[in-house]
Ligand binder design. Structure first.
Ligand code: HEM
Ligand code: HEM
Length: 525
């Protein structure tokens, strides 16, 4: 038999690397299918697009703040003094073939990247996919989320245009607002008085070397963990806590994911070619005096900008001949606490529920009303901060006073999450009740039948096996009970934990259990 070139080549490689064992093992792994599992992939594929386009940009971008007179082909700015960084970004946009397209693609991919990460994270949260054994992957993921925001911020600070300069000015102000060490820290970062001549070069090293390397390493570990833990799946016949049901990675899943990469790439290319993003030639070079109206950071930095706008002024006093300002420190600590809570949420929930089991079946969000309500409250908190980043635009568009908008948002920041918590919880419970009805009595058919005895009944349609698996819980868990310790005592810590556990499970209309289902069936018969 004649051996083809490919067979010979793969044999050559295999004899030297034993790669085939690995490929066989990995290729046979099952990868469960659901549209929401594509969110992580969109993040991954946008990152690949970012790497490709970013590398192109490094060939032409010059991270220098030396002053030059612009001499490129964009006429309105000819002769204007600007930094080399800005001039080279204008060159990328107007004088380098394909430059504007790649620049826009880099920026749009960055926006998509962070958006996909955010949605991916919400999917993980609301389905409880962060529970044992995936807690560490949640932490790694969240660290990547923060790094991605850092990448975005350092990225759009690079061109040294008016918008990026104003963004850096805010960061500088925040740093200087920290009592005692603020001014020194600012001088250290900027290499002297803001803006100095060093910051673009420093951010550049972070942007193209340090942060991407860390991200890349973490993504590798993240995906390795997805393979090691197996992917979660939604309940269905034959799917258990012990298996993963889906098409094998090779060839089906790999082909699908490969195709999906090109879709993501294509959509990003389409957006980049049709919609302008960051037209720095309209903003002009950075100059501390002008600020164009309605300027905003990229969407994912909005929440931090919003937090700054919502701080009530005047939290400062003079002591020991120094000004101690808490205008910045308090919200920074507040945001820090919020972020830290999200980071360790899997451990908090595990502690509160006392649930130490492994979970491979994803939750239906309604079956975990308290977690879902906490999530909704968190999203609302974030959304209010985000809205606050547009407080000036909200005021001008709706002809409101600036103070009115700010005060409303300040109140909403605290009331909104509470309202969202209770509304979400009630909605979840209502949906659970509906599920219960359906499981125990079947779907309403609208068909009324008269029995021989004269009684009218509505015929209910029994649900098929697939729906039953989806709706019935084979995996219930009870709140922690107060149990005396070895010395027969109940400590305050135990009381607190049991109380929180009861709160977590309270008014949970537990989904129908297997036992209930069987009981209802024998009744019917
Ligand atoms: C799963 C990529 C960020 C937590 C996945 C998967 C991919 C992926 C491709 C498998 C498919 C899927 O379930 O969507 C990424 C990339 C990220 C990122 C490229 C950003 C650079 C995050 C974040 C979190 C997170 C921010 C949470 C805070 C998880 C967890 C799983 C997972 C727990 C396992 C899910 C399961 O088995 O159901 N990630 N992710 N990831 N990701 Fe991410
Ligand atoms: C600029 C984001 C990774 C190279 C930018 C800009 C953003 C951004 C928003 C401003 C673009 C504009 O001018 O409108 C990101 C994000 C990344 C990432 C979120 C990773 C998650 C990279 C990598 C490289 C790179 C890995 C290099 C290999 C550049 C260069 C610029 C830039 C050279 C300056 C040119 C310009 O502003 O057009 N980045 N980037 N980026 N990025 Fe990235």
């Amino acid at each position: 038999q004649r051996r083809t070139f490919t067979a010979a080549a793969s044999n050559y490689i295999d004899e030297r690397t034993s790669l085939s064992t690995f490929v066989k093992e990995l290729g046979r792994k099952a990868f469960p299918d659901h549209w929401s599992f594509l969110l992580g992939e969109i993040a991954l594929f946008s990152f690949v697009v970012i790497l490709i386009t970013g590398t192109f940009l490094t060939f032409f971008f010059q991270a220098s703040m030396a002053e030059v007179e612009y001499a490129g082909s964009y006429v309105p700015l000819k002769g204007v003094e600007m930094s080399v960084a800005m001039a080279s970004t204008l060159d990328i946009s107007f004088d380098i073939r394909g430059g504007l397209f790649v620049r826009q693609m880099h920026h749009w991919a960055a926006l998509m990247f962070v958006a996909a990460i955010g949605l991916h994270m919400l999917r993980i949260f609301f389905t409880g996919a962060f529970r044992k054994p995936r807690e560490l992957n949640w932490v790694i993921g969240f660290v990547m989320f923060i790094l991605a925001m850092g990448e975005g911020f350092t990225g759009y600070s690079l061109p040294d245009d008016l918008l990026s300069g104003n963004g850096l000015r805010i960061i500088d102000g925040m740093i200087k607002g920290i009592p005692l060490i603020g001014t020194w820290t600012s001088f250290l970062l900027f290499g002297g008085e803001f803006p100095g001549t060093a910051i673009v070069g420093r951010l550049y090293t972070l942007h193209i070397l340090l942060l991407p390397l860390i991200l890349l390493a973490l993504i590798a570990v993240h995906l390795l963990f997805v393979v090691v833990h197996k992917h979660t799946h939604y309940a269905a016949p034959g799917r258990t806590q012990m298996n993963a049901v889906g098409p094998p990675i090779l060839p089906i899943y790999a082909a699908k994911a490969g195709g999906f990469f090109f879709l993501v790439f294509g959509v990003l290319a389409l957006i980049a070619s049709m919609f302008t993003i960051n037209p720095i030639w309209n903003y002009g070079p950075y100059d501390p005096s002008p600020v164009s109206a309605g300027t905003q950071p990229d969407w994912y930095i909005g929440f931090a900008d919003g937090a700054l706008r919502l701080i009530p002024p005047g939290w400062e006093f003079v002591l020991f001949d120094r000004t101690w300002s808490f205008n910045i420190l308090v919200p920074l600590i507040g945001l820090g606490l919020f972020i830290a809570t999200v980071l360790i949420y899997p451990f908090i929930e595990a502690w509160v529920t006392g649930d130490k089991r492994e979970h491979h079946i994803a939750d239906r969000p309604r079956n975990m009303p308290t977690r879902t309500a906490i999530g909704a409250a968190g999203v609302t908190f974030y959304a209010v901060l985000w809205a606050a980043a547009s407080s000036d635009l909200i005021a001008t568009h709706f002809m409101l006073t600036m103070e009115g908008v700010i005060h409303t948002l300040q109140a909403l920041l605290f009331l909104g999450p509470i309202i969202a918590y209770f509304v979400t919880k009630r909605v979840c419970i209502a949906l659970q009740k509906k599920d219960r009805e359906i499981v125990l009595h079947g779907y309403e058919s609208g068909r009324i039948v008269k029995l021989p005895g004269g009684e009218f009944i509505e015929v209910h349609q029994p649900l098929d096996e697939y729906d039953r698996w989806r709706l019935v819980s084979y995996d219930t868990y009870e709140p922690l009970m107060l149990r005396p310790n070895d010395r027969g005592k109940i400590t305050t810590g135990q009381r607190l934990r049991a109380g929180m556990s009861r709160w977590f499970f309270e008014d949970r209309i537990a989904p129908v259990t297997k036992g209930e289902l069987e009981a209802s069936h024998s009744n019917h018969h």
